[in-house]
Design a protein around this ligand. Structure first.
Ligand code: GTP
Ligand code: ZN
Length: 377
């Protein structure tokens, strides 16, 4: 499918009918070069570093300029085929193979496999999911300390993060507005088992070092959180310059600027940052694994129940009920877990059902074509 001149590029932004791509240079992976796999195993050095290094800067430009992305039109349906011909909606962070037309223009050839992908349910409760970002290593879950953090929202965002395959990290923002950020952090840590929780103030510049340390070459970091969580402000503070428009009032008095699209930015360090618009209703898409990870504390408790099929209701020897009684587990978190676990089970059943329906349709199609062949004879 790919011609010999195929190159790997990364999707920086998706517009209507087109994508912005950062092309990889001579040192980056090319098609047919197995060592240049764009989908490295977790922990491997992703291509982003190569993309960042790919375009040497002209000497008259300072080090803060990045190579400019190339705009490439999508097919009419707005989709990009993968190696098997299945067509996908491209998303920020995707790696694609590009080719060169006779007139020198760039064409999109193929979507490369996604190592990780952040997805959510599309609005309206349809069966569709929307890919928010692909090939990310770290998902920063941002939540403000003032107003008070909402544990339920953090739980949902953590499920989204766990489900992506990337590593979640919680960032509690606006520490300058509260007296005791550490106390809130301890409460939030209780709903984020296995996840680091950081307390930061982007405006005061405190607590940023551990987050800066995440921004190593080749690492892709995406930030998610409700509108006003301080995502853009935090990213700007991490980078030390204005990358993202923030919700602060604009100097010209023309109201507020908020993030309206997802965009990938390559830092001088070679790390890649993706800002996302505020996620309002995080419809959490199934994934019993994600529930298990986000609620690892309850999963561990449930393993200690006397009965394997304990419903954690009134069964004797239920470790979950015991934890509720002792106060080790909050009723709120237990309810939260029940709700998402039910949703996950429902999603799984629905996916099975869809699969079964697709299978039936395929067999009907085959049977029909078989009948046609028989008739033709
Ligand atoms: N006091 C204080 N205010 C902050 C801090 N970080 C952000 N803010 C303010 O919070 C508001 C929202 O910040 P943004 O960075 O635009 O929030 P966002 O999460 O990117 O919002 P969306 O783009 O709508 O998703 C702005 O008025 C910021 O100035 C902080 O550390 N301390
Ligand atoms: Zn039980």
């Amino acid at each position: 499918m790919a011609d010999s001149s195929a190159c790997v590029a990364r999707v920086v932004r998706v517009d209507r009918g087109a994508v912005l791509l950062l092309p990889a240079g001579a040192d980056a992976a090319t098609a047919g070069d197995p060592s240049g796999s764009p989908a490295p195993a977790a922990g491997g050095a992703p291509l982003a570093g190569a993309v960042a290094r790919a375009a040497p800067l002209p000497p008259d430009l300072d080090s803060t300029s990045s190579p400019s992305p190339v705009r490439v039109a999508l097919d009419r349906d707005g989709l990009v085929p993968d190696a098997d011909g299945a067509r996908h909606v491209p998303t920020v962070g995707d790696y694609v193979l590009t080719g060169t037309r006779a007139d020198g223009g760039t064409t999109l050839l193929e979507l490369l496999p996604r190592r990780t992908v952040l997805v959510r349910d599309s609005a309206g409760g349809t069966a569709r999911t929307q890919a928010l970002a692909a090939n990310v290593d770290v998902v920063l879950v941002a939540e403000h300390l003032a107003p008070e953090p909402e544990p339920g929202r953090i739980e949902r965002l953590l499920m989204l993060a766990w489900r992506s395959g990337a590593r979640p990290v919680v960032v509690l923002t606006k520490a300058d507005l509260v007296a005791d950020g550490a106390r809130s952090a301890a409460q939030v840590a209780a709903v984020a088992p296995g996840v680091d929780v950081h307390v930061v103030s982007a405006t005061a510049g405190t607590g940023l070092e551990p987050l800066r340390a995440l921004l190593s070459p080749g690492i892709t970091v995406v930030i998610v959180g409700t509108s006003g969580a301080g995502k853009s402000t935090l990213l700007n503070a991490l980078v030390g310059r204005e990358l993202m428009a923030t919700g602060a009032l604009r100097a010209d008095g023309k109201g507020r600027h908020t993030t309206t699209h997802r965009e990938l930015v390559v830092l001088d360090s070679g790390a890649v940052l993706i800002d996302t618009p505020g996620l309002r209703a995080v419809g959490v898409v199934g994934g019993e694994d994600a529930v298990g990870a986000a609620f690892a504390d309850i999963t561990a408790l449930a393993e200690r129940c006397r009965f394997n099929d304990c419903a954690h209701d009134r069964e004797p020897g239920c470790a979950v009920q015991a934890a509720l009684e002792s106060g080790e587990l909050s009723a709120r978190r237990f309810d939260s877990w029940r709700r998402v676990a039910r949703e996950a089970a429902w999603q799984a059943r629905r996916a099975d059902h869809r699969l079964a329906a697709a299978e039936t349709a395929l067999w009907k199609q085959r049977a029909a074509s078989h009948r046609r062949q028989m008739r033709a004879r």
